[in-house]
Ligand binder design. Structure first.
Ligand SMILES: *Cc1c(COP(=O)(O)O)cnc(C)c1O
Length: 376
């Protein structure tokens, strides 16, 4: 059996090695390292794939979120609502811009932000909502967009974990995750569903004004070279990363399908086993399984992790500490009792290896180890 890893980037690379090596060498021999042809073609390939008017590549997914917020002209103290159960980047950029993060609880079923909690967190200072499509499945965007419309709020989708997922509205309209809110962002960190060979990110919008502004902001606020109309940042996707992504983007749907298939195989393996809850599917979104996350009895989790690790099965806890308990984000605004679901999930979640190269032999081994521990 091949060695188990949370993601197997090496095996994925071996299958596309000749295409990738050629694309990288092509950039190297052209010397067009910054904003070269590979970046321009990636931008338009991404716009076509996402069915969105503007895809603006940038340096990473955290920058993408920061720049999205910068484009909205918010003032210090304006409140931005996001989920308490997510990777810290989402809340980090809110704090960095001197905006006020408002953390709300999530839903136990799909780990995503709870729209009823968003509603009760809205104040006259609320300006934006950042839903995160956690682990590969869309947050309840129909409800979120309705709340935003009612209260005149911006919505920025943190789509770092669900690139390629599709959301179906009750009238049958289907949209790609990241193209539903006013702005969407993503990350091409190597282990993401569409990963490059370093850092990378992208910002999506259908709004021409916001698109134009963000295109300038990623490059020092220049609409015209050496004329700085905004305070921007230096956040560019480099050409080598764009060349890698141009090869991988056409394979993304296939990659996502193989993750989904692997998840279904796990689900079948864990059906009827006491002590674990398999991921649930919210019905309005496809699931691209950035993670395969079980909920395990909290008394058993630490022992299970130790047992799995001792049998060379990697398993990770995303996320062990709620954001309201992180030192950097401690605040009187947050009451521990307001986050019953997040608090529970931090003690029960367990993510198993899931990636495009996982085979049945590896999954059978992992399933067997989990069940052996739970049934002993
Ligand atoms: C990975 C991730 C980010 C940050 O992306 P980077 O490219 O690592 O900066 C932001 N939000 C979520 C939910 C993520 O998973």
């Amino acid at each position: 059996m091949r060695k188990l890893q949370m993601v197997d980037l090496g095996a994925q690379y071996q299958k596309i090695k000749s295409e990738i090596d050629y694309a990288i060498l092509d950039v190297v021999s052209s010397s067009a390292f910054i904003n070269g042809p590979a970046v321009k073609s990636f931008k338009s390939n991404m716009e076509n794939y996402m069915h969105v008017n503007h895809a603006i590549p940038c340096a990473n997914g955290t920058d993408a979120l920061q720049i999205a917020l910068m484009a909205l002209d918010l003032k210090p103290g304006d409140e931005v609502i996001t989920a308490n159960f997510t990777f810290a980047a989402t809340v980090e950029v809110i704090g960095l811009l001197n905006l006020t993060p408002i953390l709300v609880d999530v839903r136990k079923e799909d780990f995503n932000i709870d729209p009823s909690k968003i509603r009760s967190a809205i104040t006259p200072n609320t300006k934006a909502i950042i839903p995160v499509h956690l682990f590969g499945q869309c947050a309840p965007m129909e409800e979120i967009m309705a709340i935003a419309k009612e209260h005149d709020l911006y919505v920025i989708e943190d789509n770092a974990q669900a690139i390629g997922a599709e959301y179906t509205f009750s009238d049958g309209t289907v949209k790609k995750a990241g193209t539903i809110g006013h702005i969407g962002t993503t990350s091409f960190f190597p282990s993401k569903n569409l990963g490059c060979f370093g850092d990378g990110g992208c910002i999506f919008t259908n709004d021409d004004g916001i698109g134009k502004k963000i295109s300038a902001m990623v490059n020092h606020g220049m609409y015209k070279r050496y004329y700085h109309d905004e305070i921007g940042v230096n956040s560019r996707l480099d050409s080598i990363q764009a060349a890698v992504l141009n090869i991988k983007l056409p394979k993304l749907d296939k990659y996502n399908a193989s993750r989904y298939e692997a998840a279904q195989y796990y689900n079948k393996g864990f059906a009827g086993i006491n002590g674990v809850i398999t991921p649930s599917y919210n019905g309005s979104s496809t699931h691209v399984h950035h993670q395969y996350t079980l909920q395990v009895d909290k008394k058993l989790r630490a022992g299970l992790v130790e047992f799995l690790h001792s049998h060379d099965v990697p398993a990770m806890i995303y996320y062990p500490v709620a954001l309201h308990q992180q030192k950097a984000y401690l605040s009187d605004r947050f009451n521990h009792e307001d986050y019953p679901v997040t608090n529970e999930l931090c003690q029960t979640v367990l993510s198993l290896p899931i990636h495009t190269e996982l085979d049945k032999e590896q999954q059978d081994y992992i399933i067997n180890k989990v069940i052996t521990y739970l049934e002993q």
